[in-house]
Design a protein around this ligand. Structure first.
Ligand code: DX5
Ligand code: ZN
Length: 220
């Protein structure tokens, strides 16, 4: 079985000490940087934009996984590629022509991801799953860190795993929101490959240890 990955969400980092927090992730057992971009339209919050991502990219030594919570993401695909994104995830709910958007992301040399809001059934991806490198199942309503995990997520992970197997797709399942040591194992047992963790990692007083433990639990 391939190893389960941990992606700390930089949204929960200390922005006054951003370089320090990026280096902490570089030095840890974490696998990816998860970067949340919010536009205040698709979600009721604004996080940060291009200059901050550029600064992160300069120091990050691991895969940069960008989660776009924005309307009309097609406008910025090229820009995010230039800023060093390795994986670009768009929201299903924000894309009228999802298949076209996925091809455009890949044409820029990035892996293509699709995020699903808690109310969106995984079956909507049935006819496009083979074109998706990563599905991000939102286990909170997007917009804020530090929310509680929605229990219905387990059912969605199992359904998505089944869909991926049935269609012979090679798609990773990522879980985003409210991930802690309490739900990590149940999530990976259900079929999750990547766990995003924001508050749980950055609010810890022993961040490196917390990441190490979370990864061990996810792979247990
Ligand atoms: C929510 C973001 C998440 C968030 C996770 O809109 O997409 O990535 O940063 O934060 P925690 O782990 O605190 O729920
Ligand atoms: Zn996210």
């Amino acid at each position: 079985m391939s190893s389960k990955l941990i992606a700390p969400s930089v949204l929960a980092a200390d922005f006054a000490n951003l370089q320090r927090d990026i280096e902490m992730v570089n030095d840890s057992d974490a696998d990816w940087f998860h970067i949340d971009i919010m536009d205040g339209v698709f979600v009721p919050n604004i996080s940060f934009g291009m200059p901050v991502l550029q600064a992160i990219s300069k120091h990050a030594k691991k895969t940069i996984d960008v989660h776009l919570m924005i309307v009309d993401p097609d406008r910025y695909i090229k820009t995010f590629a230039e800023l060093g994104s390795n994986i670009l995830t768009v929201h299903y709910e924000a894309c009228t022509h999802l298949h076209r958007t996925l091809q455009a992301i890949k044409a820029e040399g990035m892996k293509a991801g699709v995020a699903l809001n808690p109310h969106t059934n995984v079956n909507v991806l049935e006819d496009v799953i083979q074109d998706i490198d990563l599905v991000c199942i939102m286990s909170v309503n997007p917009g804020f860190g530090g929310q509680s995990f929605i229990e219905n997520t387990y059912k969605k992970v199992k359904q998505l795993k089944e869909l991926i197997i049935t269609r012979g797709a090679n798609t990773l399942i990522e879980i985003d929101g409210g991930v802690t040591n309490k739900n990590a194992k149940a999530l990976t047992d259900a079929g999750a490959d990547v766990l995003v963790a924001g508050s749980y990692v950055f609010k810890s007083s022993t961040q490196i240890e917390t990441i190490k433990d979370l990864k061990a639990i996810a792979n247990s």
